[in-house]
Design a protein around this ligand. Structure first.
Ligand code: SF4
Length: 66
């Protein structure tokens, strides 16, 4: 990663993940969905943090981008 990358360019390089979302600690959706998905021991349809890939509220934490 070079030092001239813009914030938007950096955002595009990081895979969207709830783990990197600034809302994760207060997110009602993540809190509701993660335990349900984690209750499937096998054949999970997706990992809970992958919700970020379709979430309109995803906001990468700036600390993640450093
Ligand atoms: S990406 Fe969406 S679902 Fe995931 S923590 Fe952020 S706001 Fe919640």
């Amino acid at each position: 990663m070079n030092s001239t990358s813009t914030f938007s360019e950096l955002q595009l390089r990081i895979k969207a993940s709830c783990k990197n979302c600034s809302h994760v600690r207060v997110c009602a959706i993540f809190r509701a969905v993660a335990p349900l998905i984690n209750s499937f021991e096998e054949a999970r349809p997706f990992e809970p943090e992958d919700l970020a890939q379709i979430c309109r509220e995803y906001k990468p934490n700036e600390v993640t981008l450093r």
